[in-house]
Design a protein around this ligand. Structure first.
Ligand SMILES: Nc1ncnc2c1ncn2[C@@H]1O[C@H](COP(=O)(O)OP(=O)(O)OP(=O)(O)O)[C@@H](O)[C@H]1O
Length: 226
């Protein structure tokens, strides 16, 4: 079963004369364990595509199946259900300000069924170590740099063992070496846990981790030159 299957997906913003189509007839399939990178100029619709696949928006036109669930025609509850299997790393981190790095990551592990408090805490610590933050576990977000906050957000998404990971420019705030490590980590996750990864990036340093490179232009998907 595909992790993501899109058929003829289109999307518009605005109404009447202000209506503007930003996605035009996109078809795409992503299989478990596959790492797909999506690139394209600013405003071409990448984030819109990611939020539709992430069940954060209502599908207007076309067919969308994510982790075996049809999203076109799905109500709020069904979309909520689908989101449980999806890890999302968007720009802006969305960390809870009053929780330490460890507690923020533990929120991700809290979604795992059947794990006791200690196991969830150990899981959170292990992911923080994996993203190079073993010395920052007790810090609050405002004591972390932008890159460190991004790594906490990544650890939180991974701690929930998602079956699909959607990431919008996950390496934008990271230096070259850390960005590379984080992307290698995402790739390992994809392989080890058969998690599909769809990542929007402008970062040319990480293009080689992809199984597949996709390019978008004006709301359309083009097969990118490898
Ligand atoms: N909520 C919204 N209402 C109206 N227009 C929107 C909305 N969100 C995005 N748009 C417009 O839709 C188009 C596609 O936006 P989107 O954010 O999907 O592009 P993007 O490729 O992710 O851009 P970037 O690389 O700059 O993040 C843009 O022209 C944007 O201004």
């Amino acid at each position: 079963m595909a992790s993501v299957e899109l058929q003829n997906l289109s999307h518009s913003y605005g109404r009447g004369e202000m209506r503007r189509q930003v996605l035009q007839g996109i078809s795409l399939r992503i299989d478990p364990g596959e790492v797909v990178l999506l690139t394209g100029p600013s405003g071409c619709g990448k984030t819109t595509l990611l939020t539709l696949i992430g069940a954060l928006r209502t599908v207007q036109s076309g067919h969308v199946t994510v982790l075996g669930h049809r999203l076109d025609g799905a109500g709020r509850r069904q979309r909520q259900q689908v989101r449980r299997g999806i890890g999302m790393i968007f720009q802006g981190h969305n960390l809870l300000r009053c929780l330490t790095a460890e507690q923020n990551v533990q929120m991700g592990a809290d979604l795992l069924p059947g794990l006791g408090y200690r196991a969830r805490r150990d899981e959170a610590r292990q992911w923080l170590r994996s993203v190079g933050l073993k010395d920052q576990m007790g810090k609050l977000p405002h004591d972390l740099s932008g890159g460190q906050k991004q790594r906490v957000a990544i650890a939180r998404a991974l701690a929930a063992h998602p079956r699909l990971l959607l990431a919008d420019e996950p390496t934008a705030a990271l230096d070259g070496a850390t960005g590379r490590e984080v992307v290698e980590l995402l790739r390992r996750l994809a392989r080890d846990q058969s998690c599909a990864v769809l990542m929007v990036t402008h970062d040319p340093r990480i293009l080689d981790v992809a199984d597949r490179l996709l390019q978008m232009e004006d709301g359309c998907l083009l097969p990118a030159a490898q």
